[in-house]
Design a protein around this ligand. Structure first.
Ligand code: MN
Length: 489
């Protein structure tokens, strides 16, 4: 499925085409009440240093104890990425100094991660599917946070995040454009949210991306990459890649060379800038953490976790296409969030799936977007929207009246069927009543009626007049058929 050097994915430089190669390392905070090696709370937004155990503060003699829930969540995530689960993995110390890292090292996994190779299938808006290889997923501790804006001459440190469990999910360099990278992160976040293993909240830092970017001439070996650290929004990921690819192409076309380095993205200026020259793995002096035994899982544990996984987006999408007759695109839109998919199914159950999808995607989502609400905050329930779909399906109301009814139910609430009764919104399918209206309109516009015989598209004007005369309640199909007969076209 992976297309290499596809012409539409190439970037034009001054001296020819370039291919952009992108790989991602995503840090995803594990959804868990307690930290990876301590019982301290992971809750966001606490008073600084209020969620810090002696382990997280690295007091002498404290020992880490693995949190089984974090292990379970990592395994669930691995299975959701169709990845190899390693029954034996090892925690290592990654040594470096930083003021917000009281231990002087981060407990991470180096040579033996808990999860090995997997994949994510990403559907692009143009219908293409790309397969992005997953290199590994490992567990590690988050660091604390230095605060430089609290005092004129001092920096403070907040250790609330110190020791919180992260999953570092490393992709292969399979992405070829900013759009693909954005779609990949979106899809990965959807999968983690379905699983409930990471809330995916990028504003709160629950999901951060390190983006590796390099460029090359099509068909040539990989170029030198630069890593853009800690990008915290999907839009910024796109902007950072576009900028960085252009920057590298510019240097190479001027005869320069790219030096491997770590860069930061400045959202205000829309550019990346150098942070430090890239360190190599050996700089960190990794070694197995002597306080922790290798982590061993039983096949039964993994099987049990597997047996309790929820239906994931790809499977749900395939089922929506199969069972409700939806297009792949519509099914993809509906499964992007689990709540949206559930809402759709509640509307579609026992009804015309395509019609239900149309009303959910076009009317409901359109309205929710306009008001900046998500489906959980929808003023209209699935039962109410389902009733509207029923009324259309049984031809009690026309599609046009249904839109009016939608507005009423949206703003006033109530039972759609009762509203239709009380406000006389029923569709007129009584042929006699429609005929009377048509006769009157033709009589008043005999010149147009003559013209229509030569120019049948004029029927549209007559349809409009009849619909207007009926207050939008005439059955459009009946109007069309009767008009054709009366006008002799
Ligand atoms: Mn990491």
């Amino acid at each position: 499925m992976n297309v290499h050097a596809h012409p539409k994915k190439l970037v034009k430089g001054a001296t020819g085409d370039w291919e952009v190669i992108i790989g991602m390392e995503i840090h995803a905070q594990v959804t868990s009440k307690a930290k990876l090696f301590s019982g301290a709370s992971t809750e966001f937004g606490g008073e600084p240093n209020s969620h810090v155990s002696l382990v997280d503060a690295a007091m002498p003699g404290m020992l880490p104890v693995i949190n089984q829930e974090c292990i379970r969540q990592a395994v669930r995530s691995g299975l959701g990425l169709k990845a190899q689960i390693n029954l034996k993995s090892v925690f290592d110390r990654k040594n470096y100094f930083y003021p917000d890292l009281p231990q002087g090292y981060q407990i991470s996994q180096y040579k033996s991660p808990i999860v090995g190779e997997g994949e994510v299938i990403v559907d692009m808006p143009d219908g293409e599917s790309i397969r992005v290889g997953i290199e590994r997923l490992h567990l590690e501790q988050d660091a604390g946070k230095s605060l430089h804006d609290q005092h004129p001459t001092m920096s403070f440190v907040d250790l609330n995040r110190s020791g919180v469990a992260l999953m570092e999910i490393v992709s292969k360099p399979d992405l070829r454009s900013a759009d693909e990278a954005k779609a990949y992160v979106t899809k990965l976040r959807t999968i983690l949210r379905y699983l409930g293993t990471c809330d995916g909240n990028m504003e709160q830092g629950s999901l951060r991306a390190d983006v590796n970017v390099s460029v090359r001439r099509p068909g040539e070996p990989l170029g030198t990459r630069c890593e853009i650290k800690n990008v915290n929004s999907i839009r910024f990921i796109g902007q950072a890649i576009e900028y960085e690819a252009r920057r590298q192409i510019g240097i190479l076309e001027d005869g320069g060379a790219i030096h491997q380095e770590t860069r930061l993205f400045d959202p205000g200026k829309g550019e990346t800038r150098s942070m430090r020259s890239k360190e190599e793995a050996h700089d960190y002096r990794y070694f197995p953490d002597p306080d922790l035994l290798p982590l061993e899982l039983t096949p039964k544990f993994v099987e049990d976790v597997k047996a309790h996984l929820p239906e994931l987006p790809d499977e749900k999408k395939a089922r929506f296409v199969r069972d409700y007759g939806l297009s792949s695109y519509d099914a993809g839109v509906l499964v992007a969030e689990r709540e949206t998919a559930d809402f759709f199914e509640a509307v579609a159950k026992g009804r015309d799936g395509k019609m239900a999808a149309n009303w959910v995607i076009n009317e409901l989502f359109g309205r929710l977007n306009k008001e900046g609400k998500d489906v959980n905050a929808s003023p209209m329930s699935a039962a109410q929207l389902g009733a509207i779909v029923d009324l259309i399906g049984e031809e009690t109301i026309s599609g046009k009246i249904a839109k009016d009814l939608f507005e009423i139910v949206w703003s006033e609430g109530g039972d759609p069927r009762a509203i239709v009764e009380a406000r006389g919104m029923k569709q007129v399918t009584d042929v006699g009543a429609i005929e009377t209206m048509i006769d009157e309109i033709i009589a008043r516009n005999s010149d147009k009626a003559e013209q229509a015989k030569a120019k049948p598209t004029l029927i549209g004007w007559f349809v409009g007049q009849v619909m207007k005369a009926s207050g939008g309640k005439a059955n459009p199909q009946a109007v069309n058929e009767l008009l054709k007969a009366k006008l002799g076209i």
